[in-house]
Structure formats: structure tokens, C-alpha cells
Design a protein around this ligand. Structure first.
Ligand code: GLN
Length: 456
């Protein structure tokens, strides 16, 4: 714990940790020491971790990287952090992220950009660690913690993991409780671990998982010992290669990496099978209707009354002005864009044309996956991202849709509620990490991580 606290002090330039909690960490470390001395050592006992700012942590600033939650210290603990602390995990602090987890570069954060610890060749240019869990990715990659909590609504664990050369898994929807995690798009949001190896992810995920009566969408299923499932034996596993993920304009090195991954799994004894997921091309538009729709509803609670920031009012201002001014000041541009898009697609005149249509597309995407799994495929191998990390600021003047394209390979997994893992598998020509994604059957994270280990 002391070594990590020291490393964090020395890595301020990465802007990964945005709230430091050394007193909590030291007290938890002491308690963990005492526990270990008694011979009581759960898996996470004494493990120093970082927590994405989206998690509510009791008495500790939890702002979802937004001005509107300025000063918010929840009077309660999220189920996941509570479970981890019960197991003896140590919180080093809260981690940077895109505001309300909306973004793919950590550039929408009220705390400023998190910075990728990697550099391209000899270049000094600062790169994005990806987003929205950019602080989590930067911290784990730079050895500021042994693992970090992330959340993934459309790729926010997997894309930053890919950009920083670490492992990140989004479990099956319902595997982990969402209670106490600031809601973005409730039907898509899942928490997951970000770590430096698949084995660490397996240990971490088990400690986070399980039924929670406080989240009606958390599944009442046993949590397997994922680590014990990492046998290294993938002989006979059928790995699907979906042709729709070979998109136009994909850099050649991503294609080469994908082929390398195929070869690695084949060499390990897997059977490689070409498959089709025909509705893939509609996933990104469907996601960018459904996610903003749910966000516009979830973010309605930030009204200047209950949490955080409230605008200064002028003489004669009423409650409407209070809402308007507070929300205009408190939400950043991207969040306002999502709220406007979401409100529009849910409005009486457009509901059927956009929101209902997107929901139908979502069902078709889910069915695509069900069909290939029913036909005997065990896991699906795709690239994790359409590029490696890009420079901070590079997308500043770009159309917001350019940023959304980052999620082209990851959103399908959230729409279908499946587990997906990003594993670092190679480097691009500038020496930056690149990753592949494996998509698994519902509730089969253990089998998925076992295949993923063959790519490490
Ligand atoms: N980049 C996607 C978005 O902005 C995904 C974010 C996430 O997974 N939280 O919506």
C-alpha cells in the first residue's frame, strides 16, 4: 500500500487518481494485516485497488467526473465496493473518467484529461488512455494499483484496457450489482475489473460478483471460482470469426493482429469457424439511441436540489430557472448532447421511429449471438478497437460521431448483455498496445477467460 501511494504521488501527470484516500488506504491495510495474521485471508485481502469515480463510496467524493455532483459525498457504499472492502481490499483513491461515463477518451471529465502512460515511439505527444474508464486504465497500466474498478456501458472497460495494454472484462449483464453506481444507461451498464493479467481479472471478478436484493437486475446465480476454471486447455473449443467485424478502413495492423489471434487459438487446439452476425452494422446507431434515451431519464434527478452543484440565481428566478441554470452549468457539452438526443428519441412524435426501432434492432442483435452459440460456437474473436490510442485533443474539432466510432466492436456486447473481454495481444508499428476482444456465452465468464489466457 505504501509503495502504491508513493507511486501515485509520483505520477500526478497522468491525472489518473482524482481523489486520494491515503488515510482510508492505511487503515484498511492495517486491518488487512491483522486479518492475515489471524489466518483469515480472502482473495482480495490486502490488495490495493483504485475505484472509478462513478462508484458511490461512503463519505468519499463521488462525482462521476461531473461539475453537477460537485462536493457529493454519498452517505452509502456501493454494493461492489462494500463487498470488496469486506474481503479486505484497500482503496487508494477514486479514478478519473469521462463525465457520467460518456466518452471514449477521458476528455469530457471535469478533472481534465487522464493521460496514457504509453508514448508512441520517440514522440512526446500525450495520448488518450481511452474512456470512459481512462483513469482506471492509466492507473493499472502505470502500476499505480494492482487492479481497478471500471464500468462498461458500450465499451468503457474494454477500449481503455486495449489502449493501455491491460486486461478488462465486462461481465454478463446482471453478474455484478449496479447498486450505488451512478446510472448512465441502466439496461447496458455493468461494472468489471481492469487488471494486468487474465488471472487477476478472474480473482477480482469473483469478489465483485453475486446477487444483490438491492438491484433487481442482478442475477440470483452461483458465482463460480473463475480462477479455478483457468486450466489453459482450450482444445476443441469452437471460436467464431464474424465477417461483419472486418470493417472498411480498418488499419492493416488491426487485421494482422486479428489473424495472429486466430493462429494462436488454433495452435492451442481450438477449432476456428467463420460466422455471420448479420445485424452488426446497426449496433452503433441502435446504441446511440438507447444509451442517450436511458441517460436522459437517469440524469433527470440532477436538478440542483438533491445533489451537488446549484447555480446562483437572480432576483425573480423561479424553480424552472433554477433547473435550467444548474443543468446548463453543471453538465458538460457531451452530457448535454446525450440528454438532448435522448429526450428527442423518446418524445411523442419520434418514439416509434427511433427508440422503438432501436429496441427491435437490439433484439435482432441479441438473436444473432444466440444463433451462433446454438450452432456450437463457444466464443467469438474480434478486434477490441478500430485503432490504437490516439493523441489527446486530436478529436477536438471532429464531429462527435467520429468519437462514437471507437465503440464499433464493443457496443454489440452490451446490447446483447454478453460477457466480453479485451486482452492485450500485440503492438502497433509505433510500439503502442493493441488488443483483441473475446465475446462469450451468458454466465460463462470463466470459460471466456480461459480462452483469453491463450492470447496473453
Ligand atoms: N464510449 C461509449 C459512450 O460514450 C461507451 C461509454 C461507456 O461504456 N460507459 O457512450
Amino acid at each position: 500500500t505504501e509503495a502504491h501511494l508513493e507511486a501515485i504521488e509520483g505520477a500526478g501527470a497522468l491525472n489518473a487518481f482524482v481523489h486520494h484516500t491515503p488515510e482510508i488506504a492505511r487503515a484498511q491495510a492495517k486491518a488487512a494485516d491483522a486479518r492475515i495474521a489471524r489466518g483469515d485471508q480472502p482473495d482480495m485481502c490486502g490488495i490495493p485497488i483504485g475505484v472509478k469515480d462513478l462508484f458511490c463510496t461512503k463519505g468519499v467524493l463521488s462525482q462521476a467526473a461531473s461539475k453537477i455532483l460537485d462536493g457529493f459525498k454519498p452517505p452509502y457504499e456501493s454494493t461492489i465496493t462494500d463487498k470488496l472492502f469486506h474481503d479486505g481490499a484497500i482503496m487508494l483513491g477514486k479514478l478519473n473518467m469521462d463525465e457520467f461515463a460518456m466518452g471514449s477518451s477521458n476528455e469530457t471529465s471535469v478533472y481534465g484529461d487522464a493521460v496514457n502512460p504509453w508514448r508512441a515511439g520517440n514522440s512526446e505527444a500525450a495520448l488518450t488512455p481511452g474512456g470512459s474508464s481512462g483513469g482506471s486504465a492509466a492507473a493499472v497500466s502505470a502500476h499505480l494499483c494492482l487492479g481497478a474498478l471500471g464500468t462498461d456501458t458500450g465499451g468503457s472497460i474494454r477500449q481503455p484496457a486495449a489502449f493501455t495494454g491491460i486486461t478488462g472484462i465486462k461481465p454478463t449483464y446482471g453478474r455484478c450489482s449496479r447498486w450505488g453506481i451512478v446510472a448512465f444507461a441502466s439496461s447496458l451498464d455493468q461494472a468489471g475489473p481492469m487488471t494486468r493479467s487474465v488471472r487477476d481479472a478472474a480473482i477480482f471478478l469473483r469478489a465483485m460478483s453475486g446477487h444483490d436484493p438491492k438491484d433487481s437486475t442482478s442475477a440470483d446465480l452461483p458465482v463460480p471460482d473463475f480462477e479455478a476454471m483457468l486450466t489453459g486447455d482450450i482444445r476443441g473449443q469452437v471460436i467464431g470469426i464474424p465477417k461483419e467485424y472486418r470493417i472498411d478502413g480498418m488499419p492493416e495492423e488491426i487485421d494482422t493482429l486479428w489473424q495472429q489471434g486466430i493462429d494462436m487459438l488454433r495452435d492451442a487446439g481450438a477449432e476456428i469457424r467463420d460466422i455471420s452476425l448479420p445485424h452488426t452494422k446497426y449496433a452503433l446507431p441502435a446504441y446511440y439511441v438507447i444509451a442517450p434515451a436511458e441517460a436522459s431519464s437517469n440524469l433527470a434527478r440532477y436538478d440542483g436540489v438533491r445533489f451537488g452543484h446549484r447555480a446562483k440565481l437572480s432576483q425573480g428566478d423561479g424553480i424552472t430557472e433554477m433547473y435550467e441554470k444548474t443543468r446548463a452549468e453543471g453538465f458538460g457539452d457531451e452530457v448535454q448532447r446525450r440528454v438532448m438526443v435522448g429526450t428527442y428519441v423518446l418524445s411523442a412524435g419520434f418514439y416509434d421511429a427511433y427508440y422503438n426501432r432501436a429496441r427491435k434492432v437490439r433484439t435482432l442483435i441479441k438473436k444473432d449471438f444466440e444463433d451462433v452459440f446454438a450452432a456450437g460456437v463457444d466464443a467469438i474473436l474480434t478486434p477490441a478497437t478500430p485503432s490504437s490510442a490516439f493523441e489527446l485533443g486530436a478529436m477536438e474539432d471532429a464531429d462527435p460521431i467520429q468519437m462514437y466510432l471507437n465503440d464499433v466492436f464493443t457496443v454489440t456486447v452490451n446490447l446483447a448483455g454478453l460477457p466480453g473481454i479485451a486482452v492485450p495481444t500485440g503492438q502497433d508499428r509505433r510500439g503502442l498496445p493493441m488488443a483483441l476482444q473475446l465475446i462469450g456465452k451468458p454466465w460463462e465468464e470463466g470459460a471466456l477467460m480461459n480462452v483469453a489466457q491463450s492470447l496473453e
